[in-house]
Design a binder for this molecule. Structure first.
Ligand SMILES: Cc1cc2nc3c(=O)[nH]c(=O)nc-3n(C[C@H](O)[C@H](O)[C@H](O)COP(=O)(O)OP(=O)(O)OC[C@H]3O[C@@H](n4cnc5c(N)ncnc54)[C@H](O)[C@@H]3O)c2cc1C
Length: 447
């Protein structure tokens, strides 16, 4: 995302219960003050920012596990619970929470549900929406509602499906009921390096076409590997143009057979090096490099712009070729680390804002890439969501009638469009009419 978005809320509240959260929303509604929900603030789309001021409702104090129900393989948690804490709490019983954004050590389950987060292992297990059975929300209308639940077939509309990914524009999520999965019997992680991004991309398509769905299938390019090795020393091979990190999980006999087949596919696509992690420590180190990649980008560039467009997986080789052409045309370095198996692209467009014109070229390259993804049947945004960053880009993809329909749906939950204004849907000039700063809250307001 662009790091130039700025804006501070007038007030930050830290509720400790669903009832308190709903009371805050009701108070803001009476005074017509915008409300910005916030989880851990790791979002990359400017979603949890308050460029118009207002009240930020930060969920960090609501971080308890409310129930673990192993017979029904589910758990109910408060929204501020850190993603990884749920797996940490259930692993000893043989269970884990599958959606694993690379930020899982810090991002909250409420934030994951609100952005419908993906992650490396979502290739096999599905994205967050596939794991949310139910949720509680303090809607923008000031009601506290529970939708969904433990029963798998629900009567009526699939409301959790509508509310997951709403990015705080419907209300504040105050509890989430999620599925738990059995920890698989075995796990195997393979690393393959290639002399070209095209070979690596063709390998990704060939693995899936072969009928194998790895638990994770991640790609890193030469620039990213270099930065990771300088900063984290994860043991990735330097010098190769692309590295694939391929993880298999499931019954041991099955993953052994799949690993042998993947090795054959990698060799057929001219892999330079093939390595299989021999133990948990080696596996953890390979993943440490991937999951901490964002922290080493500063070794590559003083400024960066992260794209999150997506293409259908089969178009991956094509879009990677196009990306090389765009970076050459705009004379910019692109570093890549992304969920290749999902077709999710995360090029990090490197620029230096001290060099005149470089930010402008980065923005142009970013636009060109987004249009290339759309031309290939993709989308302007993948797992990160729309937020402030992509709201004005939605008309590239949706007709006015589609956007109006979404705006009408939003008003069902948030009649006054006070919830996270300016995010997710393109702004209508009338939207900001009647907003008031938090000073409009009655003096001595207390919930
Ligand atoms: C290093 C790094 C790696 C990342 N890797 C991934 C990845 O692999 N996959 C991926 O999908 N994302 C990834 N992200 C992006 C980010 O971590 C996810 O979008 C995450 O789901 C955001 O969670 P959060 O708790 O930080 O939410 P925030 O950033 O605080 O908020 C995100 C959005 O959700 C809304 N929101 C938050 N909590 C609530 C709530 N309780 N009720 C209503 N709305 C709410 C906010 O208003 C905002 O619109 C990464 C980010 C970083 C920094």
């Amino acid at each position: 995302m662009h790091t130039f978005y700025k804006g501070a809320p007038d007030v930050v509240v830290l509720p400790t219960s669903a009832a308190e959260t709903a009371a805050v929303v009701r108070l803001c509604r009476q005074a017509r003050v915008p409300v910005v929900p916030r989880g851990s603030g790791t979002g990359l789309i400017g979603g949890a920012m308050a460029p118009r001021g207002g009240v930020m409702v930060a969920m960090t104090r609501m971080n308890r596990i409310l129930e673990v129900d192993l017979p029904n393989r589910c758990a109910t948690v408060e929204p501020g619970l850190i993603n990884l804490w749920l797996s940490d709490a259930t692993r000893a019983h043989g269970y884990f929470f599958a959606p694993d954004p690379s930020s899982q050590m810090v991002s909250s389950i409420g934030g994951n549900a609100s952005t419908n987060a993906g992650g490396p292992h979502c290739l096999k297990y599905g994205i967050t929406v596939n794991h949310v059975l139910g949720l509680q929300m303090a809607t923008g209308a000031g009601e506290l509602v529970w939708v969904g639940g433990k029963a798998h077939d629900r009567p009526g509309y699939d409301l959790p499906g509508v509310m997951v990914g709403a990015e705080g524009t419907f209300g504040v999520v105050t509890a989430v009921m999620v599925r738990l999965f059995h920890v698989p019997e075995g796990v195997k992680t393979l690393l393959a390096s290639f002399s070209s991004i095209e070979d690596a991309s063709e390998t990704v398509s060939a693995i899936i076409a072969d009928g194998i769905i790895p638990a994770a299938l991640e790609m890193l390019d030469e620039a990213m590997v270099r930065a990771i090795e300088e900063g984290i020393h994860a043991g990735y091979p330097k010098g190769a143009s692309a590295v694939l990190l391929i993880e298999l999980d499931g019954p041991r006999a099955e993953i052994e057979a799949q690993a042998r087949r993947i090795e054959e596919i990698c060799r057929a696509h001219l892999a330079l090096e093939l390595r299989v992690s021999q133990n948990d420590a080696e596996r953890a180190l390979l993943w440490k490099g991937r999951k901490e990649a964002a922290g080493v980008i500063g070794r590559l560039t003083p400024n960066w712009l992260l794209q999150d467009a997506v293409v259908p997986r089969s178009r991956l080789p094509e879009i990677m070729r196009e990306m090389l052409a765009i970076s050459a045309r705009h004379r910019l370095v692109f570093a890549n680390v992304f969920h290749a198996g999902d077709g999710n692209l995360h090029p990090i467009i490197c620029y230096d804002d001290r060099v005149p014109g470089e930010l402008e070229r980065a923005k142009q390259a970013n636009e060109a890439l987004m249009h290339a993804c759309l031309a290939m049947g993709g989308s302007v945004t993948g797992e990160h969501g729309v937020g402030l960053d992509k709201a004005e880009k939605l008309p590239y993809q949706f007709a006015a009638a589609d956007l109006n329909f979404m705006a009408r749906l939003r008003r069902v939950f948030d009649p006054d469009t006070l919830m996270n204004p300016g995010k997710l849907l393109p702004d209508h000039p009338a939207c900001a009419e009647g907003f008031r700063p938090a000073a409009a809250l009655p003096g001595g307001s207390w919930v």
